[in-house]
Structure formats: C-alpha cells, structure tokens
Design a binder for this molecule. Structure first.
Ligand SMILES: *Cc1c(COP(=O)(O)O)cnc(C)c1O
Length: 422
C-alpha cells in the first residue's frame, strides 16, 4: 500500500468504526509530556507501555482507602483488599478465557513466570537427556531459565529455526519433536521482528508428541490477545507493564490439574496448609505458587488496565496498530540506506531497523533530541541478532495511543541522523 492509501484506509476505518486516538491519548498523562522541549513521540511500548489515568487512579484508591494485607485479616479492610485482589484474578482469567480463576498465578513479571515453570515443571517432569524446544527468536527470559535448568538437570535445549524474513518454520519445528520432548516453550510474538507465531499449530504438534507447551505472551497478549482454551496451551505467561498496567506484576496461566501436579517454587506464608518442623503440606494452585505477600495493588492496577483495554476493544486496538505498522513499514522502507529487520507474514506493530553508517544507539540518541523515543540494542535477544547478522537494531514499537503523525515524526527525525552521518 502507498503512504497515501494507508492514510486513506485509516480514514475509511475511522468512518466505519471510529477509533478516537486523540481521546485515548487524553487518557494517558505521558502523551502530553514535553521531552527536550518537544512533544514526546513514544515508540517504545514494546519495552514498557505508558499508563492510563484509570490505572493510576485505581492504584491510588487501593492504597489510600482499600489497603491491607490479603487472605489474613478477619476485618473489613482486609476483606476488601482480598476481594479486590481476587477480583483482579477473575478479570485476568476472563481476559484469557481461562476455565477458572484458579488457573491464574500472579508473579512479578513474565520472567518470573517462566522461571517458575522451569523450576517446578523441570523438577517434577524432566530428567537428564529430556528436551525443551524453544525458537531462534526468544527473549532471554525464555532462554536463560532453560539453560539454568540444563545446568542442574542435564536437559537438552533444541532451537526451532526461522527463515530470513523472520517466519517461524512449522515443518522444521515438527522435526525437532520426539519422545524426549517434554516441553515446548515459544514466543507468541517476537519483541524484535514482530513475528506472530502459529501458536495453535505449535500446541497441536507439541501435544501430538506428548509434550506440554508454554507460550511467552509478553508481546502477544498485547497485540493479538489470547484464548488459552481455544489454543489449548498448558502454560501462558505475560507481564503487566506492557499491557498498560503497572510494573511488578506478571501472570502465569497454567492448566489446573497440571499446576496441582507441580511442586511449589518458593516456600513461605500463604502457600501452605499445615506446617510442622517434620512436614509441610501445600495448598492447591494458585495459592501454592504465591508465597508471601503478593503484589496486591499491582494486580488491582493490572485488572484496571485490562478493563480499559477491553472497554475500547482489543480487536479495534490491534487493527489500529496494524495501520500504524503498515504505514511505518512503507515510510521507513522508503528511506535510502534503511533496512527493516523482519518481514514475516504475520507481524505485530514492532518494526526493527538499521541505518547504514549509524549505530542504533546513535540513532536513538539523536532522535531523542527531537522527542522521539525508540529502543536501540539487542532487545534481550542476542541469539536472534546473530541470526539476523546484526549487532543491534533500532526498534519502533507501537501502542494504542500512537498515531500516523508519530511515524512522520520518526521519519523526519531519521533525516537528521542521515544529515549527521552523511
Ligand atoms: C518484555 C518481554 C519479556 C520479559 O518481560 P519482563 O516484564 O521483563 O519479565 C519476555 N518475553 C518477551 C517477548 C518480551 O517482550
């Protein structure tokens, strides 16, 4: 599509189904920030998204007038905090279409959720020589926990390849599965290439081989949503702060029977039934995996973010983001010397690129002086950088509050970089 036709398509979609990006921007305090004297153009939602007022206000209220520890006090304030915390679990369960809120464990972030599975599932179901299959485009959060497990148990990590455009190769993946495959752990959406992986087919193939499957949904749930029952995954992890919620809160979805078959990861208060010095018995999931005081207000904030996103409609947000992606691919692709890294068939609104003669860090620093915020570096995916033959990239990632003008601002700012580096 030409630039003009992308803009025209955006206007047509506005005609049919008005996506009021200006009203959405007004809900986010950060969208009216001035950076270096210029309006912020925030293109780093892939690293962490900005927060709408409803999240900030909800958390403020939870701290000011609804705060106590949960699950303990037989007094009104603690009951209220417990109710809010458990309602947050229900909100997350509904958002993912989980069969029950019991399948939602609150953690610190996506990283903590993967580590929990690596430790508990690994200890229960894996031994030396058993295999985990990951992909070449995993975030370090879905590589290193398996390597730690390899060091402890002697498991084998197999890596499913991608093609040069960044497509997940389903047939090659299938060839890696075998009787020793115990777990498949793959990203739902690459944080570098934007690739959306065929999770339903991956889950089916994994199950056919007798393996369990985990998806890293840190990006995927934001841009594509997830129906864990339709996909039939065993585990799905995500992180609150990329879904317009607070930091310090992550989610591990896990099928109930499977979760109850796993040993606890961490021990402490709240996760036990009876403790004696000889023997301790553990509660069922999710309590089993939530040792100690949980991230109470963060969970409540995450639920407020989910309510906000679902109120607008995740589908509508995704359509808006894809318009931004198409326009960015078109406009950036037209810049002489700029290479877009990752052109998969299914791609979320994440556009990585390099520019001849300019290091990605220099690009990010120079365009920051114009108020444009992009990420530069290896994006916690060093093996993928190597696969793409680059040391680093610059990355523009879009969120629900971005508009076509943000792409124009990025392109303009990149012209400054070209002027400096010739
Ligand atoms: C951000 C990200 C993670 C890690 O999220 P944390 O909040 O840092 O735990 C994992 N995987 C992908 C694909 C990500 O983008």
């Amino acid at each position: 599509m030409s630039a003009a036709s992308v803009k025209a398509a955006a206007q047509v979609s506005v005609g049919n189904d008005f996506y009021d990006v200006e009203a959405i921007r007004a809900d986010f305090p950060a969208m009216s920030l001035l950076i270096n004297g210029r309006p912020l153009v925030f293109l780093d939602s892939g690293a962490s998204a900005q927060k709408p007022n409803v999240v900030l206000e909800r958390m403020d209220r939870a701290y000011r007038s609804e705060y106590a520890n949960v699950h303990r006090g037989a007094y009104r304030l603690s009951e209220l905090a417990t109710e809010n915390y458990e309602n947050a679990r229900k909100t997350v369960a509904k958002f993912m279409n989980a069969a029950s809120p019991d399948e939602i464990v609150f953690t610190r972030n996506a990283t903590a959720s993967v580590n929990l599975v690596a430790h508990s599932f690994g200890r229960a179901f894996m031994k030396a020589g058993d295999e985990v299959v990951i992909s070449h485009m995993e975030h370090h959060a879905n590589i290193v926990p398996w390597q730690l497990l390899r060091d402890i148990l002697g498991i084998v990590i197999k890596v499913a390849p991608i093609d040069d455009d960044g497509n997940f190769l389903l047939d090659e993946f299938a060839k890696l599965l075998g009787p020793r495959t115990k777990l498949v752990a793959i990203t739902h959406c690459s944080n570098v290439l934007g690739t959306i992986t065929p999770i339903k087919e991956i889950a089916r193939l994994a199950h056919q081989a007798g393996a369990k499957v985990l998806f890293d949904g840190a990006q995927g749930i934001v841009h594509a949503g997830i129906d864990v029952r339709d996909v039939d995954c065993d585990f799905y992890v995500f992180t609150g702060h990329k879904l317009y919620g607070p930091t310090g809160i992550g989610v591990l979805y896990g099928k109930k029977d499977l979760m109850n078959a796993l040993p606890p990861y961490q021990g402490g208060g709240d996760m036990i039934e009876i403790v004696t010095f000889e023997k301790t018995t553990y509660r069922e999931t999710p309590a089993r995996f939530e040792a100690g005081t949980p991230p109470i207000v963060e969970a409540i904030g995450l639920a407020a973010a989910i309510d906000y996103v679902t109120g607008i409609g995740l589908d509508r947000i995704a359509r808006h983001e894809l318009t931004l992606r198409d326009y960015a691919m078109e406009q950036l692709g037209a810049i002489d010397g700029l290479t877009i890294i990752g052109r998969p068939r299914e791609k979320g609104p994440i556009v990585s690129f390099t520019l001849d003669g300019a290091h990605p860090h220099d690009i990010a620093t120079i365009i920051d002086s114009r108020g444009v915020a992009v990420r530069a570096g290896h994006h916690c995916a060093q093996p993928l950088m190597e696969r793409c033959n680059v040391a680093a990239t610059a990355r523009a990632s879009f969120g629900m509050y971005n508009r076509l003008e943000d792409v124009d601002a990025l392109v303009d700012a990149l012209k400054t970089v070209k002027d400096i580096f010739g």
